[in-house]
Ligand binder design. Structure first.
Ligand SMILES: [Fe+2]
Length: 316
């Protein structure tokens, strides 16, 4: 596989696992295309053309130094200049894949958060409330990433002639989809049952060994889960803390997240919503693994780094 083929596969798998379904994702792109058509020439020049085809602007190819057949990949959760140097050192790596966005992917992180409105709506929160409360938070995230040194790692890749890309929301979609299916199949009754179920997932089992396994942030093991929602696994960054009250009104009893801020925790507590935190890097690993398995099936060797807990589910 070439780099562009790997990238296209990631986008395609992300769409297949998306809460919005294919039509929903297509509608999201269609609205952008219509807006683009109405733009003045000057505006069109400034517009990120990739937005017309890629529904996940936090997922990009940053640098292609040599467009060859990819046989060996270095994959990690956070790729920085250190990992770019490692790529050079390990020898034979054809492509470095990060999970968290870099460069243009990072500046556009807030763009994917629109997905959260649809996820919340999927679980019964009226779309007007989800959109209203998310708008404020999306703007906040957009301002937050503005100050970062976006091109640092990309510059390192260019200097050392390393092929570099990242897969963020498509991978998080795969993790959310995996957990949703698991929960719908096993139907845990109490929080303790949900915890046992999560602890059977190999990535979480591995994370437990270093003290980063699933944890109950709000609620206790004896409580019943009620309706379990995967509202905080995918969609770029943490949503609005004001949403918990609305989630409770929509009938959600428990949320499974990757991580939760203190403010979010307090709001969940006040709304009597149980919050089970599956783990950040382990959940990121789960999503990446589901994608990397597809590369492995095509004969590509995967070298994990930077926190990636590599578990292969690919039948060889
Ligand atoms: Fe993450």
């Amino acid at each position: 596989m070439k780099i562009r083929e790997i990238y296209n596969l990631a986008i395609q798998m992300g769409i297949e696992a998306d809460f919005r379904d294919k039509e929903g994702v297509e509608g999201f792109l269609e609205r952008k295309r219509k807006k683009y058509e109405k733009m003045e020439d000057k505006e069109k020049e400034e517009f990120d053309q990739e937005a017309l085809e890629n529904p996940y602007l936090d997922t990009r190819v940053y640098h292609i130094a040599g467009d060859k057949e990819v046989k060996k990949v270095l994959a990690g959760i956070d790729i920085g200049p250190a990992e770019i140097l490692m790529t050079k050192e390990i020898k034979g790596i054809d492509l470095t894949i990060a999970h968290h966005p870099l460069g243009r992917g990072l500046t556009h992180l807030a763009d994917v958060m629109d997905l959260q409105c649809d996820v919340l709506n999927f679980y019964g929160v009226p779309i007007n409330i989800a959109e209203g409360l998310m708008k404020e938070r999306i703007d906040e995230v957009a301002r937050g990433v503005n100050s970062k040194n976006h091109q640092r790692t990309v510059d390192a890749a260019k200097l050392l002639k390393i092929n570099l890309m990242n897969i963020h929301t498509p991978s998080d979609n795969l993790a959310a989809h995996f957990l949703k299916e698991l929960i719908e199949k096993e139907k845990p009754e109490r929080i303790s049952d949900l915890m046992s179920l999560l602890k059977e997932v190999p990535e979480y089992r591995e994370a437990m060994k270093v003290g980063a396994g699933p944890k109950i942030f709000v609620g206790d093991p004896d409580r019943r889960c009620g309706k379990i929602a995967l509202t905080e696994i995918t969609g770029g960054a943490e949503g609005s803390p004001k949403l918990y009250e609305k989630m409770a009104q929509a009938g959600i009893g428990t949320i499974i997240g990757m991580h939760v801020s203190e403010e979010h925790k307090k709001e969940a507590e006040a709304a009597n919503i149980n919050a089970v935190i599956a783990g950040h890097i382990s959940s990121d690993s789960l999503g990446m693994n589901l994608f990397l398995d597809e590369l492995e099936k095509k004969g590509i060797e995967i070298i994990p780094c930077s926190g990636l807990i590599r578990i292969s589910r690919a039948e060889k």
